[in-house]
Design a protein around this ligand. Structure first.
Ligand SMILES: Cc1cc2nc3c(=O)[nH]c(=O)nc-3n(C[C@H](O)[C@H](O)[C@H](O)COP(=O)(O)O)c2cc1C
Ligand SMILES: O=C(O)C(=O)c1ccccc1
Length: 379
């Protein structure tokens, strides 16, 4: 626990300037971001039933710890898709990060590299696939919003991601249309129209060649028609699989039958996620869906998890319930908004440290042995 003591000392002595709790990070981010931008990031869809449920459900799950094990070192290394990672964390894809900080995804990718945490770059990122690869040789995955309008644009992006060294393609399946986000509707807020989120489109040769009108406004409109993909079906997944040698991960699976279909269609992993309550409101908490999906998947493919994770304890619960790795969402975006690259680094570092402390106190010396923990859910 030497690391932990070091961290405690650092927090006490040098890091008072940095926020510590999720709420503190959020408060600083709120101050630094434009009002519409903060609202866009922080809110959920509809009446935010699901955004809230993600939290209440996580709090209903409790850990039943083990005692009298030597936990003088806690090993959180994680194997995923044949790679070994230093921790069980990845960063969820979040579009348009220049909305949070002028350095956007460049800063986030650099912070990830420091901890060798995979960064999942969004299709609608403000920085391009290549720009991000240039500043970070750390692990990177690419998130794809399938373009039904012109599948060749999607294949072009997949090809660019392969060429730039990205290790996996994450196909998001819960965003077939825009979520019902009342805050954004009232404010008339659209991050794309601020020009923050077109890095991958503006640098895509197939997309640019397809445009008749290269005026800014029509580029944005074209991007929007490319992002929404109500026609997305399992056939497209099979098609994508044919076009790349990279592993394919489906993000946004909540039903166990869909998890089984994912296995049937030969995908390499799933992310159990409800998009942080930003898409379909009223859906099951991500952590409860994880518990059900874990049962049927039974280790056939890796299961990743996001939505509502705010600290190390949340991550340990997800890992104990059956996730192979956990994706951090809003917490790192607030770190970015508050303190740029260093902010993201602090958020990641504390997630890892708190996870180590939590596992140690729960009597688990190696993450690989987390199945020894009990988990109980209150009604
Ligand atoms: C501002 C914002 C933008 C997002 N953009 C994307 C995106 O471009 N692609 C995607 O697959 N998910 C996107 N997500 C969803 C996240 O990947 C993740 O599922 C979600 O943030 C998890 O919930 P949490 O933030 O409550 O932990 C976005 C989330 C936020 C907050
Ligand atoms: O805002 C989001 O959650 C998101 O995923 C998204 C979808 C389309 C365009 C930009 C971001």
């Amino acid at each position: 626990m030497e690391n932990r003591d070091k961290l405690m000392k650092e927090i006490g002595e040098n890091e008072m300037a940095f926020p510590l709790t999720f709420k503190e990070w959020e408060d600083v981010a709120k101050e630094k971001m434009i009002t519409g931008g903060y609202q866009y990031v922080s809110k959920g869809a509809g009446s935010e039933e699901t955004a809230k449920r993600n939290r209440t459900a996580l709090e209903k799950w409790s850990i039943i710890p083990r005692m009298l094990n030597d936990v003088s070192t806690v090993d959180v290394t994680t194997e995923l898709l044949g790679n070994k990672y230093a921790s069980p964390f990845l960063l969820s894809p979040i579009g348009m990060q220049k909305l949070a900080h002028t350095n956007g995804e460049i800063a986030t990718a650099q912070a990830c590299k420091k901890f060798m945490v995979p960064f999942i770059l969004s299709t609608v990122s403000s920085c391009s696939i290549e720009e991000v690869a240039e500043v970070s040789n750390g692990p990177k995955w690419f998130q794809l919003y399938w373009s039904h309008e012109n599948p060749e644009v999607s294949y072009s992006m997949i090809h660019r991601a392969e060429k730039a060294g990205y290790e996996a393609i994450v196909v998001t399946v819960d965003t077939v249309m825009a979520g019902w986000r009342e805050g954004d509707m009232k404010a008339g807020f659209s991050p794309l129209s601020l020009g923050y989120g077109s890095g991958n489109y503006k640098t895509d040769p197939v997309f640019m060649a397809s445009l008749k009108d290269k005026e800014e406004q029509s580029i944005i409109e074209e991007i929007l028609t490319h992002i929404q993909h109500p026609q997305l079906t399992w056939d497209a997944i099979a098609e994508i699989k044919k076009r790349t040698t990279l592993p394919i991960i489906l993000k946004g699976i909540l039903h166990k039958e869909d998890a089984l279909l994912a296995v049937k269609y030969g995908v390499d992993g799933i992310i159990v996620s409800n998009h942080g309550g930003r898409q379909l409101d009223g859906v099951i908490a991500s952590i409860d869906a994880l518990a059900e999906i874990k049962e049927v998947i039974d280790k056939q493919i890796p299961i990743l998890f996001d939505s509502g994770v705010r600290r190390g304890v949340d991550a340990v619960k997800a890992l104990a319930i059956g996730a192979d790795a956990v994706c951090i969402g809003r917490p790192y975006l607030y770190g970015l908004a508050a303190h740029g690259k260093v902010g993201v680094e602090k958020v990641i570092e504390r997630f890892i440290q708190e996870t180590e402390v939590t596992l140690g106190l729960a009597g688990i010396a190696r993450l690989a042995e987390i199945e020894r923990l009990g988990m109980k859910r209150e009604k």
